[in-house]
Design a protein around this ligand. Structure first.
Ligand SMILES: C[S@@+](CC[C@H](N)C(=O)[O-])C[C@H]1O[C@@H](n2cnc3c(N)ncnc32)[C@H](O)[C@@H]1O
Length: 298
C-alpha cells in the first residue's frame, strides 16, 4: 500500500484531458468492449434485475476482492448473488479524494477491484473522472458496458424507442437543475422535433416542472408519457399518461427518484408502419446490394 495522497483530482482530469486531445489512447485499437483487460473495470450493473448484468460483468464480480458500487440503484440481490467474497463499499457520499486512494491502494496490493455503476457507466455515470484520476496515478482502467435503464424501460413497455414512421431518434437527457441551466435543458426542443423518443434520467422529482414547461411551450397535452419506477426491479411500477396528466399521477404514487420518464408516441407503440427491413424493398436489386441494405438497417 502506498502512503501517497493522490494529486488533486481536477488536476488529474485536466492533465488526462490534455493528453487525450493530443493523441488517442493505443488501447482503443488493441481492445474491444467485453475483452478482459488489465486494470480496474468500470462495470455497468444494468438496471436492477441481476439477470440483466452482462456475462463479462458477472465474471468480474465473481473474481473481485473489492467492489465499489453505486448504492441504492445497484440491486443488493445482485451484490449478494455475484460478489461472493468481495468487500463491498457504497460510493454514495464519498468524493474522489476518498474513492481514488481506496481503489488505487487495493489495486496496488494486488486485489481485484471492480467499480460497479448502475445501468451503463457511460450514461450519467461520472465514470470518466474517476478513471482519469486513477490513470493519472498509473492505474489502468476500462469500461464494461451495461444495460441502461432506458432499455429496461422500453422492454417493460413492450415497445421500441425507435419505431418506423413514429420515432426516428432517441434522446437521453436530463432536466434543468443544479447541473443544467434552463438554456441547456433541451427537452422541449426534442418534443418539438416530433419524431424523437425522449428518455429523461434524473428527473423523477421534476416531472411536474418538466411537464409545466412543455405545456407553456404549447406542446400537445395528449402526447404520451410513461414513468417507469425501478425498471426491472421486483417493485417496478409503470405509470402511463400524457404531458397533461402524468405529473398528478406521479405525485399520487409518491415517486421522487429512481424512475425514468419517457415521452413520445413510441411509448404506446401505436401507429407505426412495417419497416423496410423485412419488406419487398429489402429484397430489391442484386443480392449483393440487398445484403448491404440489410446489414445497414439491422
Ligand atoms: C445517475 S443516473 C444513472 C443512470 C445509469 N447509469 C443508467 O444507465 O441507467 C440515475 C438515474 O437513472 C435512472 N434509473 C437508473 N436505474 C433505473 C431503473 N432501474 N429504473 C428507472 N430509472 C432508473 C433514474 O432516472 C435515476 O435518477
Amino acid at each position: 500500500m502506498t502512503d501517497e495522497t493522490p494529486d488533486d483530482p481536477q488536476d488529474a482530469i485536466d492533465s488526462e484531458s490534455e493528453r487525450r486531445r493530443e493523441e488517442l489512447d493505443d488501447r482503443i485499437f488493441e481492445h474491444s468492449a467485453g475483452d478482459d483487460q488489465e486494470g480496474i473495470p468500470f462495470v455497468g450493473a444494468g438496471p436492477g434485475n441481476p439477470r440483466l448484468l452482462t456475462v463479462a460483468g458477472k465474471e468480474l464480480l465473481e473474481e473481485a476482492d473489492l467492489v465499489v458500487h453505486a448504492g441504492s440503484l445497484v440491486n443488493s440481490e445482485l451484490l449478494d448473488e455475484y460478489c461472493g467474497h468481495a468487500e463491498l463499499v457504497n460510493s454514495v457520499g464519498k468524493d474522489l479524494e476518498e474513492l481514488i486512494p481506496l481503489m488505487r491502494d487495493a489495486y496496488e496490493d494486488g486485489e481485484n477491484v471492480v467499480r460497479l455503476h448502475s445501468g451503463d457507466p457511460a450514461i450519467y455515470g461520472a465514470a470518466l473522472e474517476q478513471m482519469d484520476a486513477l490513470e493519472h496515478e498509473g492505474i489502468p482502467t476500462y469500461f464494461v458496458p451495461g444495460v441502461t435503464s432506458a432499455f429496461a424501460a422500453s422492454a417493460t413497455l413492450r415497445t421500441q424507442l425507435t419505431l418506423n414512421e413514429v420515432s426516428n431518434h432517441v434522446a437521453f437527457t436530463r432536466p434543468q437543475g443544479k447541473t443544467l441551466t434552463p438554456e441547456e435543458d433541451h427537452i422541449s426542443d426534442f418534443i418539438e422535433m416530433g419524431d424523437v423518443t425522449t428518455c429523461i434520467y434524473l428527473g423523477t422529482h421534476a416531472v411536474r416542472d418538466t411537464m409545466d414547461r412543455l405545456l407553456e411551450d404549447d406542446h400537445d397535452p395528449e402526447t404520451p408519457v410513461a414513468v417507469i419506477y425501478h425498471a426491472s426491479w421486483p417493485d417496478e411500477d409503470v405509470i402511463v399518461g400524457s404531458i397533461g396528466d402524468i405529473a398528478d399521477k406521479v405525485e399520487e404514487a409518491g415517486y421522487r427518484a429512481s424512475a425514468l420518464v419517457v415521452i413520445g408516441d413510441a411509448v404506446t407503440g401505436a401507429g407505426y408502419e412495417r419497416s423496410f427491413l423485412y419488406g419487398d424493398w429489402a429484397n430489391r436489386g442484386s443480392s449483393e446490394n440487398s445484403a448491404e441494405t440489410e446489414a445497414s438497417d439491422d
